[in-house]
Design a protein. Structure first.
Lengths: 319, 496
């Protein structure tokens, strides 16, 4: 047993990572950016692309590290407890607001400092190609007379909150099905009437006529699917969008925040980032540290309202 | 046919070929080294694929995928430590064969079975991919729940001496699978307000710990069994054509099972391997000799896990739906190149699709060549002194568990489950039911609860769907047959 413990102790030393020293000028060494979702997913691809572009102005490597798990909760918690020296930053998404309002993290969105917003992603309501619903008003009309089954990535997911907010605005009720990874096959197989999903996941099927995007919740029409109308064009704007950006541990020095802001503002204009945005169906929309914290607060209020109205917050569940 | 030749020619250009060699090699190595997994290899390679041409990056990823399904058998057979979830059952018969001095034959059979299984799924992919993708859409939540329930029943098949011990192990696994955020309502369960526990008990670190740590401890205590020496001449290692011909039935049914499982998102290679192992055992004329070193027991899981690769690529290419983590990464790599997989990909980029088929074929071919040439090298592992071998495995386990999600929590999980595994082995509790329950438990819970949401709480949904009814009937029949066999065994004195 002693030998065994010794072996593992040694193994720990081999695998250990060295601690960060304190320094005066920023940045003097590579910065680690936590991505809270798996390698290869939407958050990972936009995050890595933006970080790569920001390096040019930043002058030091920005190393993307995936810390996935529990809907982003693991990675957000990691950034919160990391040293506030500007060398640990996080690629956040609106899930930070769903995670905190639902009580999955024991603090709210104010536990971090916010640097900048980089991108928006849409959320689309999608039906099968052979569905009788040709437009969002068709679906809403039908949903008022019978209960439709609408699926999403999960009960606290951003796509579900968007669908629920739509139902409240348009005045219908539906049965929510948390389909997880099987959301697209489940729609194609006819288990549900519609799904709420990020457009890149269904774009190829939409173009082939296998599914139909009825409408998308997005600030403006996207060039990859220009004919799909926005929620707001039907008068049902939900007001919140999936956004991604940069946050840092609370109390990170101002100079570090400004240096990051400068580098990422430049990345938002990088042609490579814009080309990836076009292919992957997201929208680059930069907002700096002067306005971003207020934007997050405003989005948090909207999301919290929906979460509470659905009874997803912790207090209600404990009752 | 012309398209096929064109695709092969594209995949044979020097750059894709180079990366196919690299991919197959890395796949084999990552799967073969205990602690490192193919998932980890893919995570490390992914950032590089963003900057590669599409044909090249697909060659690399397909190479890793195919190589990984083959490489896992090496450490399963030689060290009794599965290097990859796909190979968890390969050790059951593979390692006893190695102990009898037939490691080379076991490896040869494993490699050829992988090759043939992969080839079968590739042929399905080329010829009837759209039809199979449509067929797979018939598997909704109730069908998947029933299929996974059947998989859970197979836990009984891993009872070596005592059925109660196997069931205890299985129930323990099911209990662990409830830890973390629940899959339907996202409510944290048994997390004791620790944020890290919300991610639950992820099965890769658990697998690494459960299988590797007990072997490390036994090795360090000097209780590892020394294996008999054997010839390492290639001619003595290759299975004879007669041996392979005798396995054709196993190969055919396992390839079919593997391809089908690959089609279904959220099931995975471990399920394919377990189902086909069990099928081979049940349909054998001599089921009692399984687990003691039967070639069918090596061939079945290896053919099935390789056949899964082609199966998993079918929904990915035709509908843009990833069937497992590796194809999810491929999907990401393709979309970033502006090639969105879906029904139109075959029409708009038909040439490209055929180059993927070409890379797949080349990867299969390269993998078996590398593996066969490498046999002589792999078996040298058995000659490494335990004092060097086991500490190195321990280091790889720590690195491998950490690198999956960059989380030290996973390292502790690995060590914790490793200690559990050691004591379970010591007291004769089988490990396989525990691991199977941890893999299958969440899939079952999710699909069963989702079925009930879809049916508004009516359990009839499981019985009205023909596919789900068939799986439920099979599960029941299996349980009855196990019960009858065990009661008749106990009646014969001395045979249980």
């Amino acid at each position: 047993m002693k030998k065994f413990l010794l072996v593992f102790a040694l193994a720990f030393v081999v695998a250990a990572v060295s601690a960060a020293p304190v320094s005066a000028a920023y940045p003097t060494k590579p910065v680690e950016m936590t991505i809270t979702f798996k390698a290869g997913g939407a958050a990972d691809i936009s995050g890595r692309t933006v970080a790569k572009a920001a390096e040019k102005v930043f002058g030091q490597p920005i190393v993307a590290v995936n810390r996935p798990g529990a809907g982003g909760t693991i990675g957000f918690a990691y950034v919160k407890t990391a040293p506030a020296d500007g060398y640990k930053i996080g690629w956040l998404s609106a899930s930070i607001l769903t995670g905190t309002t639902m009580g999955r993290l024991p603090y709210d969105y104010r536990a971090w400092d916010y640097v900048s917003r980089l991108v928006f992603e849409g959320t689309a309501i999608v039906v099968r190609g052979d569905s009788p619903y040709k437009s969002l008003p068709d679906l809403v009309k039908a949903a008022k007379s019978k209960t439709l089954k609408i699926g999403s990535a999960g009960s606290g997911s951003f796509t579900r909150l968007t669908a629920s907010a739509l139902s409240q605005k348009a005045g219908f009720k539906f049965r929510h099905v948390p389909l997880g990874k099987r959301r697209v096959p489940s729609l194609l197989g006819g288990e549900v009437d519609a799904i709420s999903v990020h457009p890149p996941e269904v774009l190829a099927l939409h173009k082939a006529g296998k599914v139909r995007m009825l409408a998308v919740s997005f600030p403006k029409r996207h060039p990859a699917y220009p004919k799909v109308p926005l929620f707001s064009e039907h008068g049902w704007d939900v007001g919140f969008y999936q956004f991604r950006g940069l946050h840092v541990p609370k109390g990170t020095p101002k100079e570090a925040v400004q240096a990051l802001h400068k580098a990422f503002a430049a990345a938002a204009k990088d042609p490579k980032v814009l080309a990836t945005a076009e292919k992957r169906g997201f929208l680059v929309s930069y907002m700096g540290p002067d306005k971003f914290p207020a934007f997050v607060a405003e989005q948090n209020a909207l999301i919290k309202k929906i979460v509470v109205s659905l009874g997803l917050d912790k207090k209600k569940k404990k009752k | 046919m012309n398209l096929l030749v064109d695709g092969l020619v594209q995949a044979l250009a020097w750059k894709p070929l180079l990366f196919a060699v690299l991919g197959s090699f890395m796949g084999i190595i990552f799967a073969a080294i205990p602690g490192l997994t193919v998932s980890m290899g893919i995570i490390l390679l992914l950032p590089f694929t963003f900057h590669m041409a599409s044909v090249t990056s697909m060659s690399l990823l397909v190479g890793v995928f195919v190589g990984g399904m083959t490489g896992g058998s090496i450490s399963s057979i030689l060290l009794n430590i599965p290097g990859n979830p796909a190979a968890i059952v390969t050790s059951l018969d593979g390692h006893p064969l190695a102990r009898k001095g037939r490691a080379g034959v076991a490896l040869g059979v494993a490699f050829f079975s992988s090759f043939l299984g992969g080839l079968f799924s590739l042929i399905c992919l080329i010829t009837i991919a759209p039809q199979l993708a449509e067929f797979a859409l018939n598997f909704g939540a109730p069908e998947l729940a029933a299929l996974v329930l059947l998989g859970l029943c197979l836990i009984c098949g891993f009872a070596q001496t005592s059925m109660s011990k196997a069931l205890i192990s299985g129930v323990l696994g099911l209990s662990f699978s409830t830890v973390g955020m629940d899959p339907i309502d996202s409510i944290p369960r048994f997390t004791f307000s620790v944020v890290q526990i919300q991610q639950g008990v992820s099965f890769l670190p658990v697998m690494i710990g459960l299988f590797a740590v007990p072997e490390i401890i036994s090795g360090m205590r000097g209780s590892a069994v020394s294996l008999p020496d054997f010839s390492t001449r290639l001619r003595d290692l290759l299975p004879s054509p007669g041996t392979l011909a005798g396995l054709w039935k196993t190969l055919a049914q396992s390839s079919l099972i593997g391809t089908t499982i690959g089609l279904l998102p959220g099931t995975g290679s471990a399920v394919a391997a377990v189902l086909s192992y069990n099928t081979a055992q049940r349909r054998s004329t001599d089921p009692e000799s399984f687990g003691k070193g039967k070639l069918e027991g090596v061939s079945a899981p290896e053919a099935a896990n390789s056949a899964m690769t082609g199966g998993a690529m079918i929904p990915m290419l035709t509908l843009g739906i990833p069937g497992d983590p590796v194809t999810a990464v491929m999907l990401g790599a393709l979309t970033i190149q502006g090639l969105a997989p879906g029904p139109l990909l075959f029409e708009s980029h038909g040439g490209f699709v055929f180059s993927i088929f070409g890379s797949f074929f080349i990867a299969l071919f390269l993998t078996i060549v590398i593996a066969l040439l490498g046999i002589r090298l792999f078996v040298q592992v058995l000659r490494v002194p335990p004092g060097l071998l086991f500490p190195s495995i321990a280091v790889f386990c720590v690195i491998g568990a950490f690198a999956l999600q960059n989380s030290f929590f996973d390292v502790f999980l690995m060590i914790g489950f490793g200690l559990l595994g050691y004591f379970m082995q010591k007291f004769d509790y089988p490990i396989m039911p525990l691991l199977l329950a941890i893999i299958l438990g969440p899939v079952f819970e999710k699909n069963a609860r989702m079925s009930l949401i879809l049916s508004d709480g009516d359990p009839g949904i499981f019985f009205r769907k023909p596919i789900s009814l068939v799986f439920l009937a099979l599960a029941l029949l299996y349980l009855i047959s196990v019960f009858l066999k065990r009661t008749s065994l106990f009646r014969k004195p001395g045979s249980a």
